[in-house]
Write a protein that binds this ligand. Structure first.
Ligand SMILES: *Cc1c(COP(=O)(O)O)cnc(C)c1O
Length: 390
């Protein structure tokens, strides 16, 4: 079986079309229209294949390869590598581009698992960091040292959905010879393709929008063929390979990414407008609202504003708890990007590890509610929010 297509029938196609067709094996095995599952640890090897032996942990068996090709195609990257989780992609990438003595610049607000890796683990390998404010490009240069190697950011922050100045980050990284890494999980390739803007590596938790069905853990990284080959070597040692059955499920999920994300975008924007106009809502954070501090930037960079929003109910913690328990459609649960609408209080979930003072500094009050808007009927979600606020 040859490398999959990232064009369709030899012709370059739009991202909407490659979402459906890219990564299909060519020729199709037994004519199978959907990528079959190759649940085999090893493949025959007579020593002549220049690509080397195929073995499941090497992440070079058919389902793993096909999914990597597909994800690279939809994000317009040269190459892709799938991993056992988003954190496997993030840790394998950071451990590839840093060595003892190095320093990295990291966004001041990071996904909890990444925060723990950068603050809790990298220092044990003598990799230090400084944090940057994604909105203050003029403050970054003074943090660069001779041993600075990397800038690590996220497309949209959690939970206040801020959008860092991505154009400035790319320009700054190039000017200082730094490897730029972006976690594009919250936007998904449907709304933003960071490699097109000039980022070196895009990492994903495919557990979220890319799989989109809240039933698989997986990750991926996308970038140049050379970078992907380097990270692959690290990943082989760390062992974060993706099981073929999980790869099959993610391949199925990503096929419908475009239509799902369109619905997430549309519903979240409607709900954000509804909340903003509601007298019992103290504030709403959604990049699609003109009141959001990064609205202009988001409008320029993204194809859609995503399915994540945060808001505060008048009356603080008590009112928030009453509201959450009065909802009948959304589920009180962490995570995001699935078909079901999820609500959480970041103070008790994603940011529970921070002190109240640290949370306050980030603008995360105890009553703040984060919502991953799902694929339910938006009118019925708004109806449910209305009764819960009453
Ligand atoms: C969930 C998530 C991760 C980690 O992904 P896992 O698949 O759970 O390892 C990383 N970054 C962001 C932004 C996430 O939401």
């Amino acid at each position: 079986m040859k490398r999959g297509r990232n064009t369709v029938k030899g012709k370059a196609r739009s991202i909407t079309t490659t979402r459906v067709h890219a990564g299909d094996p060519d020729p199709r095995p037994d004519g199978a229209v959907r990528m079959p599952i190759y649940q085999s640890v090893m493949f025959e090897f007579d020593g002549t294949d220049t690509g080397g032996a195929r073995y499941i942990r090497y992440n070079n068996t058919p389902n793993q390869v096909a999914l990597g090709v597909k994800l690279a195609a939809i994000e317009n990257a040269e190459a892709g590598l799938v991993t056992a989780s988003g954190m496997a992609a993030i840790s394998s990438t950071l451990l590839t581009v840093t060595s003892a003595g190095d320093h990295i610049l990291a966004l001041d607000s990071l996904y909890g698992g990444t925060h723990e890796f950068v603050h809790g683990h990298l220092p044990r390998f003598d990799v230090s960091h400084s944090t940057i404010d994604g909105d203050q490009p003029e403050t970054w240069a003074q943090l660069v040292r001779p041993e600075t190697k990397v800038v690590y950011v996220e497309t949209i922050t959690n939970p206040l959905v801020r959008v860092p100045d991505h154009r400035a980050i790319v320009a700054f990284s190039k000017a200082h010879g730094l490897v730029s890494i972006i976690d594009n999980t919250f936007a998904s390739p449907a709304n933003f393709r960071p490699i097109e803007l000039g980022y070196d590596v895009s990492v994903h938790s495919c557990t979220k929008y890319i799989n989109g069905h809240s039933d698989v853990v997986a990750g991926a990284l996308l970038g140049s063929a050379d970078m992907i080959a380097r990270v692959r070597k690290t990943m082989l040692s760390l062992g974060g390979s993706l099981d073929p059955h999980a790869a099959f499920l993610v391949q199925r999920g990503v096929t419908t990414l475009a239509v799902r994300v369109r619905q997430h975008n549309d519903s979240a924007l409607r709900i954000a407008h509804f909340l903003e106009a509601h007298p019992k809502i103290a504030r709403v954070a959604y990049p699609g609202l003109e009141s959001h501090p990064d609205h202009t930037r988001a409008a320029e960079l993204f194809d859609g504003y995503g399915g994540m929003l945060a808001f505060e109910v008048d009356g603080g913690l008590e009112a928030a708890e009453r509201f959450l328990h009065a909802l009948t459609i959304p589920i009180l649960a962490p995570s995001l990007g699935g078909p079901e609408t999820l609500v959480t209080r970041p103070a008790t979930t994603s940011h529970v590890g921070l002190s109240p003072e640290e949370r306050a500094a980030l603008g995360i009050s105890d009553g703040l509610i984060r919502c991953s808007v799902g694929l339910e009927d938006a009118d019925e979600l708004i109806e449910d929010f209305t009764q819960a606020l009453g």
